[in-house]
Design a protein around this ligand. Sequence first.
Ligand code: B4P
Length: 183
Amino acid sequence: MKKKLLFLGPPGAGKGTQANLFCKKYGLDHLSTGDLLRDEVSSGSVLGVKAAEVMNKGELVSDDLVLSIVEARLVNIHQGWLLDGFPRNVNQANSLKSLLEKINQPLEGVVLIKVADDYLIKRLLERGRQDDNEQVIINRLKVYREKTSPLIDLYSKQGILEEIEGNADIDVVFSCIEKALGG
Ligand code: B4P
């Protein structure tokens, strides 16, 4: 089973849901930039207040902040890790590449979880997090298409991309991911 992984997909595709299950079963460290940013927001720090403003509009938080959070965590993990929600644009992907070269831990697999927009909007409205209202969701989908989706081509060209249909029961999606990663 591959142990240095990245989960990619539109907002609400189930990256967090699947990453949690996968990390529990295979003992990987789950590094979710969304969760880490929400922790920063809850702490009430200056950075957290800034991040909340951006997240509540459905925009991406600054690359510098996200990168500093990821780098601080990743350098201390040696068993295996799963990046969830990072990278989210080409600049973050390039920074990740340099970081992984520096710590000599090459990326082994990228899982793209695909779900059509109609289902995503419905799921996120049902979840009802602070940034889950219709106008913000539509902006998050736009940001995903413009900034994150170019990464699909980038990882596909590297031959490490696995595409998974995410519009199915959670356990069915999980089995497909396991199979794709060699489980
Ligand atoms: P994230 O926290 O990454 O959240 P997400 O993309 O909205 O959701 P995810 O795909 O993880 O869906 P989940 O499993 O929860 O990002 C939030 C914000 O943080 C971003 O908009 C951005 O502002 C900021 N941010 C994060 N990373 C950043 C970065 N690298 N750079 C800059 N900014 C960054 O599932 C969603 C719902 O669907 C849940 O209710 C779940 O129960 C349900 N669900 C899951 N799988 C299902 C299934 N198979 N069937 C039915 N329902 C399902």
